[in-house]
Design a protein around this ligand. Sequence first.
Ligand code: DX5
Ligand code: ZN
Length: 218
Amino acid sequence: MGKALIAPSILSADFSAMGNAVKEIENCGADLVHCDVMDGVFVPNITFGIKMVKDIKPLTKLPLDVHLMIVEPERYLKQFIDAGADYLTVHYEACKRKVSDVLDEIRALGAKSAVSIKPDTPTEVLKDLIPHADMILLMSVYPGFGGQKFIENSIERLEEITKMIKESGLNVLLEIDGGVTEENAGKIIKAGANVLVAGSTVFKAQDKKATINNLKNA
Ligand code: DX5
Ligand code: ZN
């Protein structure tokens, strides 16, 4: 099965000490830094934007995995990529333009392209997008907040997407986001996820290194 990549979400870090949080997760074995950008319109919460991505970029060697939870993300692709996003995720539900075109543009701007769906969006919409995406991000909670409970039917949804990716014959990562714990990581990886976002699980842990390691090997 192989190890999963772990992407701690800095949404659960102390925003007044963000630099330290990023360095700490890198030292504890994280593989990516998951940055949750929220606009208060697409989701009922507001976090941070381009400047945060730009300011943390020089502090870490880890790739920045920027998850845009904003309406019309296509208006800001270049700004986030110039700021240092290595993976840029847009929501299927948020794009005004054709999602495949938005993903192609992310690649043309030099980043890895990713598309996310919310828990109520059918997985079938992803089928035609797979050739345009380097990663699929499945939301396993309603986006907006850290610390929510994993929605159980996400396991079946992961299996459906895993099947689609396999059938495409393409090399596409499958990331899960929301409610990932040391307890459920094993079945999530078994269902085909190979990138695990973990916010509260990592940032609440006494021993972040052990927790990241346990998630990776679940
Ligand atoms: C939720 C965000 C997630 C969140 C995950 O809208 O997209 O990345 O930070 O937090 P946990 O792991 O605590 O559910
Ligand atoms: Zn996220």
